[in-house]
Write a protein that binds this ligand. Structure first.
Ligand SMILES: [Zn+2]
Length: 434
């Protein structure tokens, strides 16, 4: 079936669905949930032994899950921009020059999921929870309602309250796009009771990694306690999402809503000697969850095909029958439901926000990841099938090295806008960056 006929078929399906449900709306609602700092392998449906995610496990069972999804960056600002724009970091230009302490937000002409859906008559609302996703960085464009708490740790409950209030006030005859970002799994790992003691007998007064002046982890003996509290944050966030999804069902709109859940990046717990994120491009950082569930999404599918954050936007647009800029060719990502997916992919990742080393870029292709450290002009390559923990570097082949270098010199399609005079440096230090 051609792409055009494929889209035509889905148009007819949606019109049919609208007629027989008595609803005038022909396109499904879209709910995009971004959970900060959520590594995929700490969720039940990705094989985790702790019951951290009963709500998301159910959502995954009812929908399609991509089991090998990689982030385009190791920290919030560039990674969320890739989710929202369907582009690699080098392409969207939302990034930071660490050594110069210069930081760049979205170009005002950069198409995002919000600007595209708003242009298609979707009502749109965003509930974000970190200053990096605020108007200052250009994240506000395309929304009828935009709400960003600059320091949103611990606010998953209040945020879901706000979303539910917005849903109850919205007009159900208009399709809506709702973007929700929950920050809670980001450190400090301090979930509210009873989630603080689900897997740890005691709470910690200082539930973060601490560092020596040389940048080494000063409290490695706390690793198991910190992981237990991190898992508690995940369970708390999962519980809050269950409230949001229950509201969609209670309002009778769940069947005509596509829900997407993903994360901006993962978190390290000393697998490679580091804690937190923004420091490496190993899979504890890059592997993120990606679920789609709801209207027209196949149920119970677990897909091993290599996916990326930058695929999320084109895949959503394919599902709701909206031709994207230049009919999808303007994205770095692909529609994962399209026919004839490429047999081999090059998935780029980059952007550290602290060091050492300050700079790194990687390309994952055919389950080989090659990481380049420009300051040392050093390559490291890992076979992710035989060595998923990335413990033993193999000799990188010339094609892999060329792919990374080509990615590194990609000119931004929409150069980021430098954000100045906002005290960004101190704010990033408060987050443990820089
Ligand atoms: Zn983040």
């Amino acid at each position: 079936m051609t792409k055009l006929s494929h889209k035509l078929l889905y148009s007819l399906v949606f019109i049919y669905t609208g007629l027989f449900s008595g609803c005038t709306q022909s396109r499904p609602n879209v709910v995009l949930v971004i959970i900060d700092t959520l590594r995929a392998d700490h969720l039940g449906f990705y094989g985790y032994e702790r019951n951290t995610s009963p709500c998301l496990d159910s959502l995954a069972a009812e929908g399609t899950t991509w089991m090998n999804t990689r982030a385009q960056a190791s920290w919030t600002l560039p990674a969320t921009a890739s989710i929202l724009t369907g582009r690699s970091v080098k392409s969207h230009g939302v990034t930071m020059n660490v050594s110069q302490e210069r930081i760049f937000g979205m170009n005002s002409h950069l198409p995002t999921i919000a600007t595209i859906l708003h242009g298609e008559k979707y009502t749109s609302a965003a509930f974000f929870n970190i200053f990096l996703m605020s108007e200052t960085f250009g994240y506000h464009r395309g929304y009828d309602h935009f709400q960003c708490n600059p320091e949103g740790h611990g606010l998953a409950g209040e945020t879901v309250d706000s979303v539910i209030t917005w849903l109850r006030q919205s007009d159900n005859d208009q399709p809506f796009f709702l973007a929700v970002h929950l920050f809670d799994p980001h450190d400090p790992y301090s979930p509210p009771a009873p989630f603080d003691t689900l897997w740890s007998g005691e709470t910690l007064e200082d539930s973060v990694w601490t560092f020596t002046p040389e940048g080494a982890i000063a409290n490695p003996e706390l690793k198991d306690d910190l992981i237990a509290l991190y898992d508690g944050e995940i369970a708390w966030t999962d519980y809050q999402l269950s409230r949001l999804f229950a509201e969609l069902r209670a309002r009778g709109i769940a069947d005509n809503t596509i829900i997407i859940v993903t994360a901006d990046h993962g978190e390290e717990f000393l697998e490679h000697g580091y804690g937190g994120h923004g420091k490496t491009l190993y899979d504890e950082i890059l592997r993120v969850p990606f679920i789609m569930s709801g209207s027209s999404i196949p149920a119970g599918q677990r897909i091993d095909y290599p996916a990326a954050q930058m695929d999320i936007l084109p895949t959503i647009l394919g599902r709701i029958n909206i031709a994207s800029p230049q009919d999808f060719s303007d994205f770095d990502g692909i529609d994962l439901f399209a026919e004839n997916l490429p047999s081999s992919r090059r998935i780029p990742s980059s952007d550290l926000n602290t060091g050492p080393p300050f700079l790194a870029a990687a390309v994952t292709s055919d389950f080989i990841k090659t990481i380049w450290y420009p300051e040392y002009d050093t390559f490291r390559s890992y076979n992710l099938i035989s060595d998923p923990a990335e413990t033993t570097s193999i000799v990188p082949d010339s094609l892999q090295m060329e792919m990374v270098l080509n990615y590194w010199v990609t000119p931004p399609a929409y150069p980021g806008i430098e954000v100045v005079g906002m005290g960004i440096g101190p704010a990033l230090r408060d987050l443990g960056y820089l």
